[in-house]
Design a protein around this ligand. Sequence first.
Ligand code: SF4
Ligand code: SF4
Length: 466
Amino acid sequence: MIPVIGGSGFIGSHLVREALFRGEKVRVFDRAPYPEDESEQPHEFIRGDLSDYGLPKDSLRGCDTVFHLAGIAYLWRRDAKDFDRINRQGTENVLKAAKQAGVSRQIYTGTESINDLRTALETDSMSLPLIQKMRVGSFILGQIIRGRRRFPLVLMLEPLFRCNLNCPGCGKIAQSQGVLNTEMSLEDCLGAVEECGAPIVSIPGGEPLLHPHIQDIVAGIIKRRRFVYLCTNGLLVPQKMHLFNPSAYLTFNFHIDGLQKRHDSLVDCPGAFERAMSSIRLLLAQEFRVTTNTTLYAGVDLGEVARLFDFLTELGVEGLTVSPGFNYEAASAADQFLQRQDSREFFSRLFSLARGRGWRFNHSSLYLRFLAGEDNYRCSPWGTPTRNIFGWQRPCYLLPDGYAKSFQELMQATSWESFGNDRDERCRDCMVHCGFEPSAVLDSVSHPLKAFRAAGSLFRRREEIS
Ligand code: SF4
Ligand code: SF4
């Protein structure tokens, strides 16, 4: 029997439907009735208020997993105490009942904004629209129900390596001219999206806006109800933005590595920063979603990064993505990359400056904790599989160690255990989000209270230390 607390809600009813489809017995607890128009109904339904009375005695006995999806998801209530009563006290009641019944796994899904409104608004690291949070959350739950140990969260779709910039240290444009002149077809791109099934598709480059069919690729992905992150250096946006329509499914993700002087120098193009900022303003004025991606290199100045994040936040970007630059094989400027300990110290100091500045990171709170050296993970490169003109790249976006012909072959025939910081010398300093964000997200699912605490305390504790 699978108990689903909050099984009548949006994510809950999706989970129940999936479990019933798989032939599981399902018991739903909720204050609201289970939707009548669902063709299949749960085997048992218990109506009640989690916060006042907790779960009925013995209701979890004999279950080895409980799914807890109940909570207030609104951003405002007349009585703010409702958030504490239902979200915190209710969760404590579930955990107590699970402990008493000897339930070995508790899976919690919600948003950080239903944990503690004030904390969430100040330190909301997941600045995503609710629909994206819910879709990704229900995708992860579906994979867990199916008993999958490895599954993709973000497809890195590289339709071409060609770029209109020539950044020193970029491994992508170091390819031969023949490779740079080649691109994936529309059919191959959409085929990869179908084959992989990840709920998010990131399109890095090269510069994807140089692809002659980029608008059809993006439209095809959105038609499949996947969320697209279209990476760009911003230079071509004014000429190409008319090809796209604003949508919750489409985000322009700008590559911005510093304030004007540093960014222009890193991309070796005077004026690149100003042009990118002007493109961001154009997109925001048209109500497109915009995020930024900042790679931090050796010698990076803490104060400058803080000022950059202030600037981007004030400009109105939705979220900040950060990653320490990583010394991967194809890069030609290895000494520019941060070593692991340097990265940890840098992020720890950076987060000490974050509180009260409104920065919204496009990462899970546990990945930020990992960057600050407060946790350690093995990487999960299968969480962000890469498809490019050569095939499915193994093991990850940054380490080209061969190619599989299909997604299935990539997942099944890759020796995943051979890679990671302690297993492959080339991985030693890697902390990039495409390898470690999936590990952090899965840790959040397995240890929801840890994720809650991290969301509320990372920036606060850092401030006290500083
Ligand atoms: S903008 Fe990106 S893809 Fe283009 S050269 Fe620079 S790092 Fe490489
Ligand atoms: S640590 Fe993982 S994500 Fe990083 S390069 Fe190695 S395999 Fe890739």
